[in-house]
Design a protein around this ligand. Structure first.
Ligand code: JFZ
Length: 428
């Protein structure tokens, strides 16, 4: 196939296209689909090797009667999230929107609604930017071949049917559906395509026709920000940001020494879809530290919720979103518009640093509150003023040459000592 030329963009143009995204830093991921009914992982069809007919009961019973995306949007907004990404279609192939190109969609289930349309309108109304997750993988489409990631991979009969399948038809299906999603739901700000696994019995750029697909996406939504799972790592303009998932990079990811935009997606409890009996939930404080650590390394956090099949956000997620919101009320200034601190500013013990290059403010996130003194190595002459973020109260600072300092503090003249209150300020 002839390879399309992706439109050329200078680094400056890309930076300006991504400006809102690197400023906003914090978004909500939503995994919702038929897998919300079994409520034991969004890969349940794969993990349990379920046939299409075994999976059919979830389609027949899909009826989220309490779905109220205004409520979702309000909770995201209160948590300080500035953009949102919903699974319009996950690997199971079920579409939450009214696609012309399949019957396997929400409008044909008992709920009968285009859930994507309601979602996009509700979040936009709250001033939250709208994105889509769209699965390249499709375990339902008749032309999608059985491969090593498919629920029927061990089923010889199902493998035999591959001979009659035409992945070129599936490529067209991808283009048709993305055209629907990118033309019928207003401005779409982020697109999360998922995912490639090239090599033996896998799929990658030739299977998706990735370059032409991306060219189409950029034509339909020129400002859209696209992730890196099309298997186009080496193609200029083939992706906008990297997506480390369910782990925290040690440092800001770079290619040939050039730091790249990145967004880590993270779960509350391990799975992405609603999982009733999962008990490995992260605490609110862990999630806040995760957000701060992400920003301290120049990245974005896309934090996932898995709504139930009634259409309500998991109560355990709601509680944490609220806690994050309470913290953000006083601390969002240390997140929005912030990035990694200049390399010359050393991280104090048990702290994370975020930095706003425009205001030239450094935010020191003290994870373990020390007794009275916070030592800042080599900061002498660099600080004009210091305050607690919680109540804007002044923090006095000095060096060991300041009259009245204890010589036994044993710091260098270039070090700064912050005089902290004994108690760490509450967040809420
Ligand atoms: C994918 C999905 O399979 C999963 O269900 C969820 O939607 C998640 C956000 O994305 O999982 C992946 C995809 C890529 C990698 C790991 C998990 N990867 O590249 O390491």
């Amino acid at each position: 196939t002839a390879k399309a030329q992706l439109p050329a963009e200078t680094p400056g143009q890309k930076e300006s296209r991504m400006k809102w995204w690197t400023h906003d830093r914090f978004g909500m991921f939503i995994h919702w689909g038929l897998y919300s009914l079994p409520a034991r992982h969004e890969w349940v069809k794969n993990f349990e090797r379920l046939t299409d007919s075994a999976y059919q009961k979830y389609f027949d019973n899909f009826n989220p009667d309490l779905y109220d995306p205004d409520e979702w949007a309000l909770q995201a907004k209160k948590a300080g999230m500035k953009y949102v990404v919903l699974t319009a279609k996950h690997h199971e192939g079920f579409c939450l929107f009214d696609s012309k190109y399949t019957d396997y969609k929400s409008t044909n289930t008992p709920v009968k609604k285009d859930l994507v349309k309601l979602y996009a309108d509700a979040f936009r109304k709250q001033g939250i930017r709208v994105g889509f997750y769209y699965s390249l993988i499709d375990w339902h489409h008749p032309d999608f071949t059985v491969d090593r990631n498919h629920p029927m991979r061990d089923n010889a009969e199902a493998r035999k049917l591959n001979a009659g399948k035409d992945m070129r038809k599936y490529q067209q299906y991808l283009k048709n559906q993305l055209t629907e999603l990118l033309t019928q739901y207003g401005q779409i700000d982020e697109l999360f395509l998922d995912f490639s696994y090239p090599g033996k019995d896998g799929k990658g750029r030739d299977d998706w026709d990735s370059e032409n697909l991306l060219k189409l996406v950029r034509k339909l939504q020129p400002r859209i920000i696209v992730n890196d799972r099309l298997d186009l790592a080496a193609v200029p303009g083939g992706w906008d940001y990297q997506t480390p998932e369910q782990f925290m990079p040690r440092e800001w990811p770079a290619i040939n020494g050039q730091r790249v935009p990145w967004e880590t997606c993270q779960t509350f409890s391990g799975s992405w879809g609603y999982y009733r009996d999962e008990y490995s939930w992260k605490s609110t404080n862990q999630l806040i530290a995760m957000l701060v650590e992400t920003v301290s390394k120049g990245g974005n956090l896309l934090l996932n919720v898995g709504p139930t099949a009634r259409g309500v956000l998991d109560e355990r997620a709601q509680e944490r979103l609220q806690g994050i919101g309470d913290w953000m009320r006083f601390n969002s200034r240390a997140v929005y518009g912030c990035t990694q601190a200049p390399d010359e500013l050393e991280k104090p013990d048990n702290c994370l640093l975020t930095y706003n290059p425009e205001t030239r403010r450094l935010y020191i996130h003290v994870l373990e509150w020390p007794f009275k003194s916070l030592y800042l190595k080599g900061y002498a002459g660099k600080i004009k003023y210091a305050q607690l973020l919680k109540d804007a109260s002044e923090i006095k600072f000095r060096t060991n040459t300041t009259p009245g300092s204890h010589t036994t503090e044993n710091t260098a003249a270039t070090d700064v000592i912050l005089d902290l209150p004994v108690n760490k300020p509450d967040t809420a």
